[in-house]
Design a protein around this ligand. Structure first.
Ligand SMILES: [Zn+2]
Length: 89
């Protein structure tokens, strides 16, 4: 009688632990704040500019600029792209 009670308790504990593990696994998998969001688009709301040579989008603060004769400003990812653009036009 006592052995049966002990076995039942053991089974309940094992089942409970398995259920808990599954539940916590689901919670962990569903939570997005586990390093997965890092490396996403940086600084939302910042207006990105496009390099017309290679098509890279980058924030104006880290872009190389070129003022065109008409007054427009072009943004480039590198001096290489800027030189290429300047040589084209
Ligand atoms: Zn570029």
């Amino acid at each position: 009688m006592l052995l049966r009670f002990a076995l039942t308790l053991l089974v309940i504990m094992l089942v409970g632990r398995a259920i808990w593990r599954v539940l916590s696994g689901i919670v962990e998998g569903a939570s997005p704040s586990r390093g997965a969001r890092r490396g996403g688009p940086p600084e939302r709301g910042v207006q990105m500019v496009r390099d017309p040579v290679c098509g890279t989008f980058l924030p104006p603060s880290s872009a190389i600029t070129l003022a065109e004769r008409g007054g427009a400003v072009r943004y480039f990812c590198s001096e290489k792209c800027r030189n290429e653009y300047a040589a084209r036009s």
